[in-house]
Design a protein around this ligand. Structure first.
Ligand code: NAP
Ligand code: GDD
Length: 375
């Protein structure tokens, strides 16, 4: 039985990766941080499973800013594979906490690599969660493994250090260390403050009367959005490659935040009309189609034949989307679109879930949550 150690196991990717590796027969060890309230919601279903907890999945307290603890864990577990997913992962927040972001995202990676050397784990394979944010102010369209980097946030700069320290330790000490340069990947488990989940959650709350409107920042930013579980499978494939290397995972399509918003509401039978510009831009309800909303909800599995009505507050002409400049970033990444040809050729990896299906599965899930839990 192979042993994997995952940092960031409580995050979106960590939770999917744990499921994938347990399914493949691994013994999975996850590092969690101490928190004053519960932070394990995404892995609670694994935790509650008596066949998995302490048989296939083991949890350990730890933090990427605590070196002594990393050494102890490596000595105790002696993993075959390490997936370093832990990070202060929010780009906008990194402008508010740049030092902490660097401590975790940049130096956290170095601490781990050094711990591997100190403990003397010669055969371990190391996956680093690198990011399309490295391309920032893009120097080429689409971006590939060869495109020069130009990060545009403290997060991007910290991850740039992470990227290069991986390359350096691979070359200097022959550690099997790999970068996965992953473009945005989303899911129903995406944190609620990232834009896709913020939109699908708000749309579900608006049509049920729990929220009046949705305030966003830059509507014209373009992202290459894929489905998280497929990208986590890609992480595993990167470590199974015969030689340590860096790979980019993306769908090869790009869409604006505005399109994501339109498509989300369209799934719920609401057509948006945009008025005004820049900070004064508004999204108004142009048309409402109750049958379309019913068909989405009735096909969501849990709500077959459910009698859905829009909240009485939802009317034609309502302003349901607005712009709040507080969500703008001091420096923005305007356009990301990846070329995943290398991963396709050498790993046999390809993104299957594209934009429309991704939006649909996320809005279905948030409608389900709102109807089931009422929030
Ligand atoms: P996420 O949902 O924000 O999860 C981040 C994880 O890191 C959480 O488990 C968090 O723990 C943990 N963490 C944060 N600071 C830590 C620290 N000091 N010590 C130990 N653990 C810490 O992020 P994600 O979307 O799953 O992304 C996973 C990784 O891929 C991140 O490194 C991210 O930067 C990178 N990435 C993500 C994407 C994407 O589109 N999702 C794309 C490219 C790269 P808590 O639960 O306690 O907060
Ligand atoms: N979060 C957020 N909230 N973003 C908004 C909003 C808003 O209200 N309005 C517009 N946006 C724009 C942002 O300015 C950005 O251009 C885009 O939506 C995507 O923002 P996020 O969803 O926060 O993701 P990100 O692209 O900045 O970062 C994510 O993807 C990276 C990979 O490219 C994170 O998961 C990073 O950890 C990851 O490395």
């Amino acid at each position: 039985m192979k042993k994997a150690l995952i940092t960031g196991v409580t995050g979106q990717d960590g939770s999917y990766l744990t499921e994938i590796l347990v399914e493949k027969g691994y013994e999975v060890h996850g590092i969690i941080r101490r928190s004053s309230s519960f932070n394990t919601a995404r892995i609670d279903h694994l935790y509650a499973n008596k066949e998995i907890l302490n048989k296939k999945m083991f949890l350990h307290y730890g933090d990427l800013v605590d070196t002594s603890n990393l050494n102890r864990l490596l000595e105790k577990i002696e993993p075959d594979e390490i997936y370093n997913l832990a990070a202060q992962s929010h780009v906008k927040v990194s402008f508010e906490v740049p030092d902490y972001t660097a401590q975790v995202d940049a130096l956290g990676t170095l601490r781990f690599l050094d711990a591997i050397r100190e403990v003397g784990l010669k055969k371990v394979k190391f996956y680093q969660a690198s990011t399309s944010e490295l391309f920032g102010k893009v120097q080429e369209i689409p971006q590939s493994e060869k495109t020069p980097f130009y990060p545009r946030s403290p997060y991007g700069v910290a991850k740039l250090y992470g990227y290069w320290i991986i390359v350096n330790y691979r070359e200097a000490y022959n550690i099997f260390a790999c970068n996965g340069i992953l473009f945005n990947h989303e899911s129903p488990r995406r944190g609620e403050t990232f834009v896709t989940r913020k939109i699908t959650r708000a749309a579900a709350r608006i049509v049920t009367g729990l929220q009046k409107n949705l305030l966003l920042g830059n509507l014209d930013a373009k992202r290459d959005w894929g489905f998280a579980p497929e990208y986590c499978e890609g992480m595993w494939r990167i470590l199974q490659h015969e030689k340590a290397d860096d790979f980019l995972l993306a769908t090869g399509e790009t869409h604006t935040v505005r399109e994501f918003t339109e498509k989300t509401f369209a799934e719920l039978g609401i057509e948006i009309e945009w008025r005004g510009g820049a900070e004064k831009e508004k999204g108004l309800i142009k048309k409402i189609d109750l049958e379309k909303a019913k068909s989405l909800i009735n096909h969501s599995g849990n709500y077959k034949n459910y009698h859905f009505e829009f909240s009485s507050e939802v009317k034609k002409g309502d302003e349901i989307v607005g712009v709040d400049p507080n969500y703008y970033r001091p420096t923005e990444v305007e356009l990301l679109i990846g070329n995943p040809a290398k991963a396709e050729k050498e790993l046999g990896w390809k993104a299957k879930t594209k934009f429309e299906e991704l939006v649909r599965l996320m809005i279905k899930s948030d409608m389900d949550k709102v109807l089931r839990r009422g929030y």
